[in-house]
Design a protein around this ligand. Structure first.
Ligand code: MF3
Ligand code: CO
Length: 255
């Protein structure tokens, strides 16, 4: 059963998303060669705390058996796709691409957003990968409308990925969000039009396409968190939290 949020709850989520977007933007500005992924994590933690809010991922357990996540951000570099564990040993290098994923709790309500940023000067193929993944996110958002279906979102995302000749990462999906980081429904990045749960006014979804240069198979690193591509080819990730309203989708995680 998917949670339906009231207009008032969506107002709070909008503020949560606005705060998140501002901070994610500051973190993005700090991306540069030589900066460690832990530096980015500390910056995000400090900015969230100064604003009187809480990081949503810190101490969160995605599954019943998993240990609590120990950081504010997931920072995933190049072949790392999601849930990259920030580390002071891991420094960004010119030409890298880095996914920064952040969740924020404001007045008890959570928003979730990610962006993939270039570090210095990146190669042409990486540029196209970022552009394609961003376009997938826009395509997914544009069909997140009352009366459409979960499958329409996946279909839209997959269609853009195919147009570019990139693969959609297997086994990972977007999700409902609000009172918990992960709520129903699951929002896959592939699908068929008209299939799955019907989208209703008041649903709040984290839509998060993940595209890969290689075949899209994934692998969990020994740290128990970082998910990378099996073939170690590059991948990208963009995410917004979106509310389905009477007048269409509203991107909550923007300024
Ligand atoms: N944005 C991430 C996702 O949707 C949330 C990560 S929670 C963590 O999967 F605990 F794994 F960090
Ligand atoms: Co998410």
């Amino acid at each position: 059963m998917s949670l339906i949020k009231t207009k008032e709850e969506i107002e709070v989520l909008r503020e949560s998303g606005r705060r998140l977007a501002g901070i994610l933007n500051e973190v993005k500005k700090a991306v540069a060669p030589g900066v460690s992924t832990k530096d980015l994590d500390e910056l995000a933690f400090n900015l969230i705390s100064e604003a009187g809010d809480r990081p949503a991922f810190l101490d969160y357990s995605p599954d019943k058996d998993s240990k609590p996540y120990p950081a504010t951000l997931c920072v995933s570099v190049n072949e790392e796709l999601v849930h990259g564990l920030p580390s002071s040993e891991k420094r960004l290098r010119d030409g890298d691409i880095v996914s920064i994923d952040m969740g924020l709790v404001h007045k008890g309500l959570i928003t979730d957003s990610a962006t993939t940023a270039p570090v210095g000067k990146i190669d042409q193929q990486s540029k196209v990968l970022l552009k394609a993944t961003r376009e997938c996110l826009e395509a997914g958002i544009s069909v997140a409308r009352h009366g459409n279906f979960i499958g329409d979102i996946g279909f839209a995302i997959e269609s853009v990925a195919k147009k570019y000749g990139f693969s959609v990462a297997r086994g990972l999906a977007g999700h409902g969000v609000g009172y918990k980081v992960h709520e129903d429904p699951l929002v896959p990045n592939t699908g068929k039009r008209g299939q799955g749960e019907e989208l209703k006014v008041g649903m709040v979804l984290a839509i998060e396409p993940m595209l890969c240069l290689g075949n899209g198979d994934i692998f969990l690193e020994r740290d128990g968190w970082t998910i990378r591509t099996k073939d170690r080819q590059r991948c990208a990730h963009f995410e917004h939290t979106v509310a389905i309203t009477e007048t269409g989708p509203i991107v909550l995680t923007k300024d």
